[in-house]
Design a protein around this ligand. Structure first.
Ligand SMILES: [Zn+2]
Ligand SMILES: [Zn+2]
Length: 389
């Protein structure tokens, strides 16, 4: 079969100490310190073998993620930008939906023809964090499209326990094709859901919500805040195209933080003004720039307010704890999307028409043109690029 393969050279930076487990598994914990000269190409790869608990899926829609772009982009020394868990070569693609074409002999709840989307995090279910209810912190984590073959391919085999049916989306959208695209958005949407509701426990309806950074996770956070009964939703975004999409998925006001800064009026002032001095019940960090965003958030917290950290950043962020004491405020760290009904609840919200993220899809490519899709994504002029087949 054909797949979009990412390959790179294992060449740890001189100052990076490789652990024994990294050496034996060839799974780099900090990809950007290990993998050099990445390249992507459509290649012929062996068909996946179907295990007894697995289903074979023909991917029909697969989103290009910021991580995929960071696999491809490099720094001055030629190291890839993506800083996370990685093992190459690998077929990339992890935000997908597709049709089940074959089921292993021990699969009970899925059958041929089912429409599904899948978790990307392959949690083991046996390590202590998994058994304690932290699948997103699994110690033996594998990740589809990062450490094991992903969905930018003709076929993928996935254990049935990571799959969720999206047949209901076809009824909502009245189109199987459209439902597959919505299905491929479940993964990034579940990341926002996990952070805001599972980890942080949500906010009370009527609270104000801000979202800093409106990439796909920020768009999902806006739509979910709207569905959960936020009073005002204020977003901060630099790109005019993304600001427009943020409005389309439910933001009331989108402000450009750079323009605000030039005017000498920080984001915190706008938030306090727009919320009539109350502040935000929930601030969502989806910009990956906490050293810039958190100082604005902590000065514009409602009493009992929450800061939810989703964006990734390899930097220290000074915080003024006094605000958290005087406002009975909390800060929540989150990663991943597995467990706690995250995926099925997102699918139900889509099926009920409470959230619709499909307006963020701005380009579509076929699998054979997927290298072009990655190149286009580096220009950062799209909401979400979909690979369709
Ligand atoms: Zn992703
Ligand atoms: Zn585990």
């Amino acid at each position: 079969m054909k797949g979009l393969v990412l390959n790179a050279e294992w060449d740890p930076r001189p100052n990076y100490t490789i652990t024994d487990s990294e050496r034996t598994t060839r799974k780099a914990i900090t990809g950007s310190s290990v993998w050099r000269r990445p390249r992507v190409a459509i290649e012929t790869v062996p068909d996946p073998k179907l295990g007894p608990r697995e289903v074979l899926i023909r991917p029909r829609a697969c989103g290009v993620c910021g991580s995929d772009v960071h696999f491809y982009e490099t720094d001055k020394e030629g190291y890839m930008l993506y800083p996370g868990l990685t093992r190459f070569p690998v077929v990339i693609g992890h935000e997908f939906s597709g049709e089940v074409t074959e089921v292993g002999k021990d699969v009970r709840d899925l059958r041929r023809g089912d429409m599904v989307t899948c978790e990307e995090m392959i949690w083991c279910g046996e390590c202590t964090p998994c058994r304690d209810g932290y699948p997103n912190q699994c110690q033996r984590l594998e990740e589809i499209g990062f450490t094991i073959n992903g969905a930018q391919a003709d076929l993928i085999a996935v254990d049935a326990k990571y799959c969720w049916k999206i047949n209901a989306l076809a009824d909502r959208y009245g189109s199987v094709e459209w439902a597959y695209e919505a299905g491929a958005l479940c993964e990034p949407t579940s990341v926002a859901y996990n952070a805001m509701f599972t980890r942080a426990g949500g906010f009370r309806p009527g609270g104000h919500v801000t979202v800093f950074g409106t990439g796909p996770i920020g768009f999902a956070a806006i739509a979910l805040a709207r569905a959960a009964g936020a009073a005002k939703i204020v977003a901060f975004e630099v790109s005019p195209m993304r600001a427009e999409l943020a409005r389309r998925v439910g933001a009331d006001i989108v402000l450009n933080p750079v323009e605000l800064q030039q005017k000498g009026s920080p984001a915190r002032a706008s938030i306090m003004e727009l919320t009539e001095g109350e502040g935000a019940a929930m601030h969502v960090e989806a910009a990956g720039a906490p050293s810039k965003t958190v100082p604005e958030m902590e000065e514009s917290l409602a009493v009992g307010g929450k800061i939810v950290i989703i964006g990734r950043a390899a930097e220290r962020t000074p915080i003024y704890l006094e605000h958290f004491q005087t406002h009975a405020a909390q800060i929540y760290g989150a990663q991943g999307h597995s467990g706690y009904g995250n995926f099925p609840n997102v699918i139900k919200l889509m099926a009920a028409g409470r959230i619709d993220l499909t307006p963020i899809i701005t380009s579509r490519f076929g699998l054979t043109d997927s290298v072009e899709a990655i190149k286009k994504a580096t220009k950062r002029e799209d909401g979400k690029i979909m690979i369709r087949s």
